[in-house]
Design a protein around this ligand. Structure first.
Ligand code: FIX
Ligand code: ZN
Length: 418
């Protein structure tokens, strides 16, 4: 039978876990941030923070501005609208709003003055490179994984010309058009000099693989990735299932790279909202089980958007060692669900998952996303270690450090190496 732990033991456990969780550097395995060498693509500063699509969605709920009028406004004007609507006319209580406040606070800015022009002035002083270092140090993030798409006209040419890379940023190859918009993607790939046609002939398969190989090498991709709708099924005759099976997974296996599947996004539920208009739905995880078992030599990095899929995903991960769960994605990246999901994963999987990724689109967001997640993860771990102590198991500081490293990128790296 377990016995209650003394107050002294509990206090020392609390301070140990809090210290370790703060001090352990994070590998942020999925973001939309860019190596500063991809100049102009990295977003940062107050106007980008305020026009983050999470906040735009919330502003549209209460400000009756027609969508088309909002989209023709300058970024400064959009930021002002969001600020007035969500921060001045009501308290900034939502997770995305609190995120802006935490970020500013961590940067040493006085948020209670509610002075947007002064905040803007402060950000002016920062050149991109110095600010990257400042944010990464403050957030204690050591490596940032990017999302790099050959189909993105804003970034692809820069990769083709060659870049002097910042080694804190790791590339990951984004291939959504190939999997969710095959007819259009194939036309673009053909224009880039690959002999591909709409039918998946042996020649098209080999040319798509040549295209993937070229980009994998060009950007030195650490993994490939796609976000898929709830309707995704496998096996099947859909373009998605066929391209995945014939081109993408054989490519990943050949290069020893994981495939990241982000499941459950319903794009364009309200297209007038742009990026803010995407929604979520419950996926049929039989598709994932079928993939894990049909491709035992492949590695799958998986996160799911629907709360209802979280438990089933953990159960699947217990069946398939080639499945690694990561992060609390997007609409699940709120304290209430991070707490629930982290608890669930620890209870079913121990330390064999990656607790969080930031999905940051604006550099400074790593401050709040990691700050908020660290706070919750520490709280859950304290509870779990307390249970161990009550069962007579004394945790050493080195053991806690080892465990937290696993959650913050160590288990991911082991999985990628395996
Ligand atoms: O598919 C993705 O990578 C999503 O994370 C994004 O599309 C989404 O817009 C986002 O920023 C979520 O956090
Ligand atoms: Zn993302």
């Amino acid at each position: 039978m377990s016995s209650p732990i003394t107050e002294f033991r509990r206090n020392s456990l609390v301070s140990l876990v809090e210290r370790v969780v703060q001090a352990t550097p994070v590998t942020d395995i999925h973001t939309h941030l860019y190596d500063p060498a991809l100049s102009g693509l990295l977003l940062y500063g107050i106007d980008d923070l305020l026009t983050y699509h999470y906040l735009v969605a919330e502003a549209f709920r209460v400000h009756r501005i027609p969508n088309d009028r909002f989209w023709i406004m300058s970024k400064t004007e959009q930021a002002e609208l969001v600020w007035n609507t969500l921060f001045l006319e009501r308290s900034p209580i939502s997770e995305a709003c609190q995120g802006v406040l935490t970020t500013l606070h961590r940067l040493g800015l006085d948020v209670k003055k509610r002075d947007l022009p002064a905040l803007r002035d402060w950000f002016q002083q920062w050149p991109a490179e110095a600010y990257v270092t400042r944010c990464m140090e403050l957030a204690n993030v050591e490596t940032i994984y990017m999302t790099n798409s050959p189909f993105d006209d804003a970034e692809a040419p820069a990769w083709q010309h060659g870049l002097l890379r910042d080694d804190r940023f790791v590339a990951a190859l984004r291939i959504d058009p190939l999997l969710v918009d095959w007819p259009n993607a194939v036309r673009r790939v053909a224009r880039w000099g690959y002999e591909v046609g709409e039918g998946l002939s042996a020649n098209t398969v080999s040319e798509v693989r040549r295209f993937l190989t070229d980009w994998t090498r060009r950007i030195e991709a650490a993994y490939l990735m796609v976000s898929l709708p709830p309707e995704f099924t496998y096996p099947g005759d859909s373009d998605t299932a066929q391209v995945l099976e014939k081109c993408v997974l054989p490519h990943c296996e050949e290069h020893g790279l994981p495939m990241a599947l982000m499941l459950g996004v319903r794009r364009g539920v309200n297209p007038a909202l742009g990026l803010a208009g995407d929604g979520s739905g419950r996926s049929d995880l039989c598709a994932l089980a079928n993939l894990c078992s049909a491709f035992p030599q492949n590695k799958f990095l998986v996160t799911v958007l629907s709360r209802e899929n979280q438990h089933e995903l953990c159960v699947l991960a217990r069946k398939f060692p080639n499945l690694h769960i990561f992060g609390c994605w997007w609409f699940t990246n709120v304290p209430y669900l991070i707490d629930e999901i982290t608890r669930l994963r620890l209870e079913l999987l121990g330390f064999s998952f990656t607790a969080q990724h930031s999905d940051a689109r604006v550099l400074d967001q790593i401050l709040y996303k990691w700050d908020h997640s660290r706070r919750i993860i520490a709280r859950v771990l304290i509870e779990k270690y307390t249970e161990l102590v009550a069962a007579g198991w004394e945790e050493t500081a080195a053991e806690v450090e080892r465990d937290v490293r696993l959650l913050f990128g160590g288990a991911f790296k082991e999985f990628c190496r395996s």
